[in-house]
Design a binder for this molecule. Structure first.
Ligand code: ZN
Length: 522
């Protein structure tokens, strides 16, 4: 080890990372300090965005866009500063001298930077301009139900994302490269196999559901009526807090599209309420609380590092869906909340437990992904995955997309959209340039079912506890088996370590069969 001599080196004209004689540990300490600085700058940026979605007066939009733009440039400059890049490269070259924890940070930062660096400034600029324009075009195209208005943007976005993939890894499949941005280690072939298995396994479940629905028109939901906003806010806060979200280090607010941000000791959830339907706010609050409980898990000592960052989009989504679906639609969950519902909403004081449970578990094929039930949800993802793969490899033209959408919707869901708004224009993802994002939703469902099964085996009478309002054992199990790993493991390795099995669709399919068993029994 060389003698550390932090202050002796005079500044050089050519950027370099290290003062001469600095040890690997010292360089690593500098990396952490730098990552933390970048994280804090990024946190300020996120807070501005959060404010824009929740509280900001409409008239502030122009100046807010400038504020966000200014900070975004600063963040980008820090992340691409030559001295910082050199520091990461030097540490990566000496990675075997680092502890395994430190090596995780270096490996993941380097992986991220290598992707960024592969993209020239022109490509980065072209992409962000096109994404901003396409998003705006999507908003009006959706409003006007006008696919032709969005088509040229989609066309360009798919071309540009092919270029991006080509720049990052010319020898690899373009979809693999884009997918990896959202799910480390995942490949198109792997996702294809998984979704194929899921589709095959869902077929008999959907058939059972369809046969059941023939004799059962939609029931009147007991959670529809009039539920004043203030009462909903209080009830949602109570639920989310009881699940394990810490309001000393977090908030629950409202926005048009629910989301969560985590900026160190401050995790912010948003939800959206409908005074006529209690389910809308409640399930989005619980969904976001699942994300938030994950974000609150990270050790402050790992702030801003990959070890203190969620594993992947799929794993993040597994947390939200575990709480929203597996827990919050269960018999045990409502055993606890049913009597408490009447305390907050007098109109529900006399509602029957059975009617309540049915209301939160109803399932039937529908057109809109974000409103889909647990049983049919993944078909929406399979449809999108097939279409985006075909558009990326050029076998499906953008002009032919609406017809292809209709055909798959008919094949998988048995219903077809009567408007583009309810079909191909319903999601913003493609217009945002997010290709390879949709599969992470299905992966989230798959992981959630696996995690639940493992937790059930390992936690003594988990469901009985939940029926008594005891959610801590499940939070603790997730802390130990999922949250604490940050990005130390790939999603695949994390799920295998937590559940004893690599990612697989069996537990989800069994879970969904049990849902249909339940529906058939009522
Ligand atoms: Zn989510």
């Amino acid at each position: 080890m060389k003698n550390p001599d932090l202050d002796a080196e005079p500044r050089k004209r050519k950027p370099r990372s290290k003062p001469r004689g600095e040890s690997t540990e010292q360089r690593y300490a500098r990396l952490i300090a730098e990552l933390r600085r970048q994280f804090r700058l990024g946190s300020a940026l996120q807070l501005l965005e959060w404010d824009q979605e929740t509280l900001m007066p409409a008239g502030a939009l122009h100046e807010r866009a400038q504020q966000i733009g200014t900070l975004a440039v600063l963040v980008h400059e820090q992340q691409t500063a030559p001295a910082f890049l050199a520091l990461v490269d030097e540490l990566a070259a000496d990675i075997d001298q680092l502890s395994s924890a430190a090596a995780v940070d270096v490996r993941e930062v380097k992986r991220h930077l290598d992707r960024e660096r592969a993209l020239g400034t022109d490509l980065v600029r072209a992409r962000s301009v096109l994404q901003a324009e396409a998003r705006a075009a999507w908003v009006s195209a959706r409003r006007e139900n006008d696919f032709a208005a969005l088509a040229p943007y989609l066309e360009q976005l798919f071309i540009l994302q092919r270029e991006v993939a080509q720049a990052i890894a010319p020898e690899r499949d373009a979809y693999d490269v884009l997918l990896e941005e959202h799910e480390r280690g995942a490949t198109r072939a792997g996702i294809e196999r998984t979704l194929q298995e899921l589709r095959d396994g869902l077929l008999p479940i959907i058939q059972r559901l369809s046969a059941h629905l023939e004799g059962h028109p939609p029931a009147v939901s007991v959670l529809c009526g009039h539920f004043p906003l203030d009462a909903q806010r209080r009830f949602n806060r109570r639920v989310v807090e009881t699940l394990g979200f810490d309001f000393n280090r977090g908030r629950l607010d409202e926005s048009a599209h629910p989301f969560t941000i985590g900026i160190g000791g401050d995790v912010r959830l948003t939800t959206r309420y409908d005074e006529r339907d209690l389910r809308c706010g409640l399930f989005s609050s619980i969904h976001e609380a699942g994300h938030g409980i994950y974000e609150q898990a990270f050790d402050p000592a790992t702030l801003g590092t990959p070890r203190g960052t969620a594993c992947s989009f799929g794993v993040h989504e597994s947390q939200s869906r575990l709480w929203e679906n597996v827990v919050a639609r269960s018999d045990a969950f409502w055993r606890y909340w049913h009597p408490r519902l009447g305390e907050s909403f007098p109109s529900l004081a006399g509602c029957s437990f059975d009617a309540l449970l049915l209301t939160v578990n109803e399932a039937r094929p529908s057109l809109i992904r974000v409103e889909a039930d647990e049983i049919t949800y993944n078909l929406h993802i399979i449809l999108r995955f097939e279409l985006e793969c075909a558009m990326l490899d050029g076998s499906l033209t953008i002009d032919a997309l609406p017809d292809a959408w209709t055909e798959l919707s008919d094949r998988y869901l048995g219903i077809v959209p009567q408007s583009h708004r309810d079909g191909v224009l319903q999601d913003v993802h493609w217009a945002s340039g997010d290709i390879g994002y949709f599969p992470t939703y299905a992966l989230g469902n798959i992981y959630a079912a696996q995690l639940w099964r493992a937790a059930e085996l390992e936690i003594d009478s988990l469901e009985n506890g939940i029926a008594r309002g005891e959610f801590r054992p499940l939070v603790n199990w997730l802390r130990e088996n999922v949250h604490r790993h940050g990005q130390s493991l790939t999603p695949h390795a994390l799920i295998e370590a937590a559940t004893g099995e690599p990612p697989c669709v069996g537990p989800l399919l069994e879970y969904l069969h049990r849902k249909v068993d339940y529906l058939e029994s009522v």
